[in-house]
Design a protein around this ligand. Structure first.
Ligand code: SF4
Length: 284
């Protein structure tokens, strides 16, 4: 019960007055991993918005988390989608749409001028996230680059322009989606965020997802994909296939920065297919 206390306090803080009782659970069943090397994982979740009847979410109601144990003998998993967190995530609908902007603001204030991990040492600005607090589609990248660090906004450099093009290509605008990163401060020399940094910062991403409750998440590149899917399988194998994060459909695709570096017809086609699949899922 102690594990749940901080979550309940958070829910209270963001204005949740009551928790929806979880639907009676049918016999527990494991969730099929979509990638061969990916361990079975929790996908408990539920459709949260009126009119949304996504079958993937409905299916996930019936099953408790398949397993939370990591077979790897290493540091604790930084995965976000298992354990008591997932149970609680499945049990409430999130703040009502009209309260989501305020809830994100509360979260931003809680983050403050964060010094929780060593990435604070080199940053200029925290890059929290941007977009529609009620977005149906959420993009998750790995961390800010130089332009983002200067401006305090995600995906505003060359890669950001490419992401904007990708968003427009599926008939949406930047203002209609939500964009966030796994870590909120720029890693030195744009290196990948390290395990301890991800473990420290990613709870804020979880809470952004909890608040926004997107219908579809698109992960951009390996770090975001590995975190949300709790896997070490590379993005090349995972992209183009559906996965879940706490019942929310997740489509991994290449990071726009990678796409710019390897701007081949084949890679452009793959990213387009991934985004088109995400758009279809969003419309379903
Ligand atoms: Fe804090 Fe996240 Fe920045 Fe680390 S990366 S200092 S946890 S905001």
């Amino acid at each position: 019960m102690n594990d749940l206390r901080p979550w309940l306090e958070y829910l209270q803080e963001i204005g949740v007055r009551e928790l929806a009782a979880p639907a009676p659970r049918a016999a527990s069943r494991p969730v099929r991993a979509a990638a061969p090397a990916e361990p079975a994982r929790s996908t408990a979740g539920r459709s949260r918005r009126a009119g949304r009847t996504d079958p993937a979410r409905q299916r996930s109601h019936a099953g408790k988390p398949a397993t939370t144990a990591s077979p790897r003998n290493e540091a604790p998993s930084t995965a976000l989608g298992n354990g008591a967190d997932a149970e609680l995530f499945a049990a409430f609908d999130g703040p009502p749409p009209e309260d989501r902007a305020a809830a994100l603001q509360v979260l931003r204030e809680e983050l403050g001028e964060c010094t929780r991990c060593k990435l604070h040492e080199g940053r200029s600005k925290i890059v929290f996230g941007v977009g529609d607090p009620c977005a149906g589609l959420m993009f998750v990248g790995e961390g800010p680059g130089a332009d983002e660090d200067r401006r305090g906004e995600p995906f505003v450099g060359r890669a950001g322009k490419k992401l904007d093009e990708m968003i427009v290509a599926i008939g949406l605008s930047r203002e209609q989606v939500y964009i966030a990163n796994v870590v909120k401060c720029r890693p030195p020399q744009n290196r990948d965020p390290e395990r301890d940094e991800i473990a420290t910062c990613s709870p804020f991403l979880t809470r952004q997802i909890e608040t926004i409750r997107p219908k579809v998440i698109v992960t951009l590149g390996s770090p975001a994909t590995r975190l949300l899917l709790d896997t070490r399988v590379g993005i090349t194998r995972l992209r183009g296939t559906w996965h879940q994060f706490r019942g929310i459909p997740v489509m991994p695709t290449f990071h726009p920065a990678y796409l710019l570096r390897a701007y081949t017809k084949e890679n452009r086609r793959k990213v387009w297919e991934d985004l088109r699949a995400a758009r279809s899922r969003l419309d379903s």
